[in-house]
Design a protein around this ligand. Structure first.
Ligand code: SF4
Length: 289
């Protein structure tokens, strides 16, 4: 059997940088915290926890005065930074540069929309930490749309600025944008609508090569944390091209029958899937077939 690992899979630059920052801090001191999981991958988080990383949640913050806390690649709203400063927590900021840029654009767009009674829309999952961070920069102006089915809440007669969570589906975002643009043109004499190109290139650029990869093997094993938006999206890309695509988070979830009569297997993963985990999956396939 030939097993190939997708060379384009694995950490995106934002996640890689956050892990590097955590590892640098863990090398300097025995005690280091991250505000929530650094990435949606339990195996990689366990590896970091074994090095001394502790995960802190909102209720834990008050106890962390004088200690160091990593802000992960998803970023945080400005209130979090203010609060951490107030209670004396030292911030190690690993907000991804892409997310940081969008936060700044959201902040400027919010000021602009306030002046003209406009609306600031964010296409994303309400509970997703990145969306909470983006909305926090919108000074109370953000209206979050989780899908195109919620478009009826948009007032097309007012100026509009549209953003998306970096890992949302590009086609859905385009559909939402085109629908708003059409409505704005119909309802405004001088249409005032801007869509920001806020879907991350590290997600969209992977899709064509992933589609090709999915077609090259009889069976695809897609490895990702169950909570990863990016993982769910890329899994569906694979599944559309190759119906024999299976989602796993750990090597132990492999099922021997998936490989009956199969001679080529491809292994791919999300932007938060470590390379070593895909290698462990390859090894486990060798063991069980
Ligand atoms: S997917 Fe893109 S925006 Fe998100 S952390 Fe990675 S590089 Fe940054």
């Amino acid at each position: 059997m030939t097993i190939s690992i997708d060379t384009a899979a694995g950490f995106c630059p934002g996640v890689r940088r956050a892990i590097k920052k955590a590892e640098d801090e863990l090398g300097k001191s025995d005690e280091f915290f991250s505000y929530g999981s650094i990435l949606h991958n339990d195996s990689e988080m366990h590896r970091l926890e074994d090095q001394g990383l502790s995960i802190a949640f909102k209720d834990d913050l008050e106890k962390l005065g004088g200690k160091k806390l990593l802000i992960r690649a998803h970023g945080e709203p400005p209130e979090t930074y203010k609060h951490l400063e107030k209670i004396g927590v030292e911030v190690v900021d690993a907000t991804c540069a892409v997310v940081r840029r969008i936060q700044q654009q959201v902040s400027r767009a919010a000021d602009e929309m306030k002046e003209v009674n406009g609306q600031l829309l964010i296409f994303g999952r309400k509970e997703h930490p990145e969306v909470i961070g983006l909305a926090g920069n919108a000074k109370g102006m953000a209206l979050i749309l989780e899908s195109k089915d919620e478009l009826d809440v948009v007032d097309l007669s007012r100026p509009i600025r549209l953003f998306s969570q970096t890992t949302m589906d590009a086609d859905q975002y385009l559909f939402i944008s085109d629908t708003i643009q059409k409505g704005v043109r119909e309802q405004q004499e001088e249409p005032d609508f801007i869509r920001y190109d806020s879907i991350c290139r590290h997600v969209t650029d992977r899709i064509p090569s992933l589609e090709e990869f999915a077609e090259r093997s009889e069976v695809i094993i897609f490895v990702s944390g169950k909570e990863s938006s990016n993982g769910k999206k890329l899994f569906n890309v694979c599944k559309d091209k190759n119906p024999k695509t299976f989602f796993i988070s750990e090597p132990d979830e492999l099922i021997r029958e998936w490989f009956d009569g199969v001679s080529t297997v491809g292994i791919s993963g999300a932007a938060s899937t470590p390379q070593w985990l895909m290698e462990n999956v390859a090894q486990k396939i060798e063991e069980i077939i």
